[in-house]
Write a protein that binds this ligand. Structure first.
Ligand code: B12
Ligand code: SF4
Length: 492
């Protein structure tokens, strides 16, 4: 069967700071290809809708699969599915991915028959079975599958992460993938899931709070296949278990692989595994993202981060002493006033790290979605991208965006524009001499992507697809069925 797999367009964040390969879709592609199908992959972060329609005509796929990891992409994919069915009625349309899993039933409703099924949870095992079951009324009895007529049992976890290494060869224009000065950049996955349970995050609810590791040999094998000199490690929290990180490091040394790496981790993990991170620094670790989230203990508790402010500050010192480029994130609450923005800006200007602000957003899949007591001001999927405020702002909305954008812009002076060239000009020019200009081009783009008018105007757009409101909990605790995609398995 001819199968076309599609990743939707970029959101604000990826219009500017980075653009990365759709790793999940590449893994699903590998599994589908191993089952004997002819697979193509189109990434709309790089290609246009016109390219998609052309591909639909020339490749004439019998099945089209969309990946929806981001809620903000739901309307785009609903519209693409509707038009796909209008143009090729015989094509089977299916959708998978992180966010699609949490809003499966309403997604199907919006599509009004244009989507044949949503595949909840991990796609590697189930996607080939879905293709096999096209036309069979038993399709909706498969684990994780939801159709307009029914839903199968909860999805099952892949028990061996080493299987289905990403089909990177299906990517086109791979030179477009980058993160900051790591240009071009590929992605890898060493582990999957997260054992913590922060209230604003859906990584743990998706994977049933499980944490699985691929073998160091498979990690080495996958890295050895990568042509790009830079690698983004997509793990939610990198190197939770030091021995696993050490074993991968040994494998890299044994294979004499030399790359530069970006990873994301927690402050307490960095503190606990300092030696390991120092070893990775020697291996090429260049850029690290630390989820700081808040500058006061109360907010850290509300996010259920399970770290203290002191630990966060200590981790920053450790990262500095290792000589790493560090980015951190602070969650801006819609209740912030002028003084709060000023305090965060003043603090951020005293630290050398790259500081990003995201807006506190309760989205389906997070515990916050079920427990937040404030009323949503919008249920437009497109605004659920942690760059827009969907809860009532204490300041007038426009003023909130003004402060958000201005604060971010002041903080960005360190690492965008001329400030960045001072730091990374050499590397940027070397990349440009090889034809890689993603980084150079992003340096002066900030105000065309992030600006008060644009963000405010996004609220005024007519809403065609509205998210279902959360069910009021009325004091009860969310049930497992409400919280999780993959059900947690009891620990023996
Ligand atoms: C790496 C990553 C990124 C990368 C981009 C990766 C990419 N090109 O897609 C970067 C850093 C750019 C990024 C940015 C953002 N991210 Co992000 N990201 C992740 C992260 C940590 C891992 C994703 C990953 O690669 N996993 C590994 C692969 C193998 O898994 P996967 O993609 O989920 O795919 C599997 C299944 O979902 C399924 N599947 C996927 N697609 C399909 C398709 C079909 C047809 C089928 C059958 C199955 C299927 O099968 C796959 C294999 O099992 C997730 C957290 C997480 N654990 O999922 C957050 C996450 C997806 N990101 C999130 C957010 C909020 C963002 C931003 C909006 C944040 C921001 N600061 O602005 C931006 C927006 C980016 C954009 N689209 O433009 C949220 C999503 C929230 C939501 N519900 O919308 C998540 C869940 C993190 C969180 N803490 O809650 N992100
Ligand atoms: S924010 Fe990080 S540590 Fe917290 S649950 Fe999500 S992935 Fe885990």
């Amino acid at each position: 069967m001819r199968v076309l797999l599609v990743h939707p367009s970029p959101l604000m964040y990826s219009e500017l700071y980075l653009r990365l390969e759709p790793l999940g879709l590449e893994r699903v592609a590998a599994a589908i290809r191993a089952a004997g199908h002819e697979v193509r992959l189109l990434d709309l972060q790089i290609f246009s809708h016109a390219d998609y329609w052309r591909e639909l005509e020339t490749f004439a796929p019998q099945a089209v699969g969309f990946s929806v990891n981001y809620l903000a992409n739901v309307p785009e994919v609903v519209d693409l599915a509707k038009e796909t069915k209008a143009k090729r009625r015989e094509a089977f349309v299916f959708v998978g991915g992180h966010s699609a899993s949490f809003v499966a039933a309403e997604f199907l409703e919006h599509a009004e028959g244009a989507i044949d099924c949503i595949v909840r949870g991990e796609g590697e095992v189930i996607a080939p079975r879905v293709l096999e079951a096209i036309g069979d009324p038993k399709l909706d009895t498969l684990p994780g599958v939801v159709t307009p007529t029914g839903a199968g049992p909860s999805p099952t976890l892949l028990d061996n992460l080493d299987l289905h290494l990403p089909a990177r060869d299906l990517g086109r224009k791979r030179h477009k993938y980058f993160i900051g000065v790591l240009d071009p950049c590929a992605s890898v996955e060493f582990t999957r899931g997260c054992p913590w349970d922060c209230s604003f995050c859906s990584a743990w609810t998706f994977y049933g709070r499980s944490y699985r590791k691929g073998t160091p040999e498979a990690a080495g094998e996958d890295l050895a296949r990568i042509r790009e000199p830079n690698v983004f490690i997509v793990d939610d929290v990198a190197f939770i278990h030091a021995e696993h990180g050490d074993a991968i490091a040994s494998e890299i040394e044994r294979r004499r692989i030399r790359k530069q790496y970006y990873l994301e981790t927690r402050c307490d993990v960095l503190i606990k595994n300092q030696e390991l991170f120092a070893r990775w620094k020697r291996l090429g670790l260049f850029y690290m993202f630390l989820g700081i989230e808040a500058l006061d203990e109360d907010a850290l508790k509300a996010h259920r981060k399970r770290v203290t402010l002191n630990e966060n500050l200590r981790a920053l010192e450790i990262a500095r002493s290792l000589g790493l480029t560090v980015a951190i994130n602070i969650i801006a609450d819609p209740s912030w006033d002028e003084a709060r923005f000023a305090a965060v800006r003043d603090w951020a200007l005293t630290v050398p790290e790259v500081v990003h602000l995201t807006v506190a957003t309760p989205y389906p899949g997070t515990e916050l979605w079920l427990t937040e007591s404030r009323q949503l001001t919008s249920r437009d999927y497109r605004l659920f991208d942690v760059q827009h405020a969907v809860l009532p702002t204490q300041l007038p909305l426009k003023r909130f965006y003004e402060l958000l954008v201005n604060t971010q812009s002041v903080l960005n002076r360190k690492h965008l524009g001329w400030g960045a060239l001072k730091l990374y000009g050499g590397a940027a020019l070397r990349a440009a001499s090889r034809g890689q200009t993603n980084y150079l081009r992003m340096l002066w783009k900030f105000s065309s992507v992030y600006n008060t008018e644009r963000q405010y105007a996004d609220h005024l757009k007519p809403v065609r697809y509205e998210m279902r409101p959360p069910r009021p909990l009325l004091g009860s605790k969310p049930s497992k069925q409400e919280l999780y995609i993959h059900m947690p398995t009891p620990v023996h």
